[in-house]
Design a protein around this ligand. Sequence first.
Ligand SMILES: [Zn+2]
Length: 350
Amino acid sequence: MRLADYRPVRKLRLPEHRIERPRFGVVDAHNHLGEVFSYGWSKRPVSELLAELDSVGVETVVDLDGGHGEAFSERHARYAGAHPTRFAHVAQMSYEEWIERPDFGTMEAARFENAVRRGAVGLKAWKPLGLRARDSEGVVVPVDDPRLDPVWATAARTDTVVIVHVADPIAFFDPLDAHNERWEELHEHPDWHFWPPRSEVGEAGFASFDEIIAAFERVVARHPDTTFIGAHVGCASEDLALVSGMLDRNPNLNVDISARISELGRQPYSAREFFLRYSDRILFGTDFGYDAEMYRIFYRFLETFDESFDYDLGEHPLQGRWQIHGIGLPDEVLRKVYSENARRLLLKDR
Ligand SMILES: [Zn+2]
């Protein structure tokens, strides 16, 4: 047998709690309605999507694929325009255009502001920032490049938010060898491997994980009037002490938990502490489409103390070969994380 075919089945005999519906209504503050990341849902009728969401208590979805301009308006008309309490959309930047636009910062700020007029509740900065997005000199634009300051300032001026995903799992910045805990995932997605490091090969290489996160925090600190949501647990779910430090130093920073119960659930004691301490600043989000069973895994993690269960529906666990443990959050924390924080920070109590 090859290691790749190994599918061990756990033989623990433990209580299992299936959470059909969440204890409180849910805002999924990080998901997608574009073709690539919606897992097929963007092609299905909106009524089917709403029925699936209803079955698992999801009241509102924040779509991060809004784009900008006319494309934004088309997306908005199909979802939020027709169902204003069920959907909201955020705008995106077009990194591929930066290489031809020395004025990319002011251009993106103007587009963002235009998208807000079209109904956007914020802007998503995607991870090419700091890794692959290049300026007209061909140089990778650092996350804290001052040319982007007009973009971050626009969120404060228009009372919207910025959702930032920079860097990626720490193992994506390590050599792809027998010690890499994301080996299978990186083999499936070689473009997620940010190697070799710039410190070894110069401009042809990638900035390090820690450099990118430090630059992100400098942006957050430089724009205290802008509300930032650090996607995927502040982009550093493997290091909750690092994220806690950033939250302590920057009251304008918040985080979502999208695509990271795999990480949170393998450090359940630290994760529970983190949720209790920052209960006003953590937003529920999934990032994985709209399958009811997928949502139920998130609910099981947050609501129960179940031990050693799978964090996704994949044939083998997609983000690494381990299982997770529930953190049994109290009601007052659940209510905030499930919806209140997102309604206050992102949806502005609409
Ligand atoms: Zn996402």
